[in-house]
Design a protein around this ligand. Structure first.
Ligand SMILES: O=C(CO)COP(=O)(O)O
Length: 256
């Protein structure tokens, strides 16, 4: 379960949020081996989160929301994979729809960033998903698979086996309009099939495919019950540590 904070919470708020998340999960005796918990704060929070996680030996992992495709140099405002690695990041979100839309990130840029992440020992959380027009036309599967294939062009199969893919239908992000469990399964299942073609079926079975878009504690269990949904990339609901802890603990509130 990964919490994408987007442009919310400064470094002081980050410390109290991660502390509360960790206490809540500790009280509930959360099994981190069963459900990994990651936070994805803004760049300016990462050093504070690293210091807290290291000092208190927390099992929560963390990552960044973007990285530069470049190694170093005259790229004002950009952050390299080397820098994120040094901050102890496990993950980096790549190709979020907000970056594709507001920063004109093309599939080529996304592909270069995926390769840069792997080159620096970071696990990409590659975001893909269709907008409303594509969904209305019924082309969500072909659109999303084309994004996956473009993002993974020339990425070696050993690396593809380690990637995390987040299917985030754009019309479900921040709208309260959650995709139905069947909608999520349709595209997540198709993503896994194409991963099987790009590496092999065994490796594809082990890739974590997440769903993202208006996930809350009240709807996460039905989505997680789908065979090809392995986790969630949570936006708004991850800003509240108690709510995010409930999402991570979805197994404890499944009604049998
Ligand atoms: O974009 C998302 C996560 O990356 C989803 O955001 P919301 O959970 O706020 O809809």
């Amino acid at each position: 379960m990964a919490g994408n904070w987007k442009m919310n919470l400064d470094h002081q708020q980050a410390i109290s949020t991660v502390q509360k998340l960790s206490w809540t999960l500790k009280d509930a005796k959360h099994d981190y081996a069963a459900v990994e918990v990651a936070v994805i704060p803004p760049f300016t929070d990462l050093r504070s989160v690293q210091t807290l996680v290291d000092a208190d030996k927390l099992e929560i992992v963390y990552g960044a929301q973007d990285l530069s495709r470049h190694e170093s140099g005259a790229y004002t405002g950009e952050i390299s994979g080397t820098m994120l690695n040094k901050l102890g990041c496990t993950y980096v979100v790549i190709g979020h729809s907000e970056r594709r839309e507001y920063h004109a990130e093309s599939d080529d840029v996304v592909n270069a960033k995926v390769r840069a992440a792997f080159a620096h020992g970071l696990t990409p959380i590659l975001c893909v998903g269709e907008g409303l027009e594509v969904r209305k036309a019924g082309n969500q599967v072909s659109h999303t698979l084309a994004q996956v294939e473009a993002a993974l062009a020339d990425v070696p199969s050993e690396q593809i086996a380690k990637i995390v893919i987040a299917y985030e239908p754009v019309w479900a992000i921040g709208t309260g309009e959650v995709a139905t469990p069947d909608d999520a399964q349709e595209v997540c299942g198709a993503i896994r099939r194409v991963l099987g073609e790009l590496c092999d079926e065994g490796a594809a079975a082990g890739v974590r495919v997440l769903y993202g878009g208006s996930v809350k504690s009240g709807n996460v269990a039905q989505i997680m019950a789908q065979p090809d949904v392995d986790g969630a990339l949570v936006g708004g609901a991850s800003l509240d540590p108690e709510e995010f802890a409930k999402i991570a603990r979805y197994q404890s509130h499944v009604v049998a």
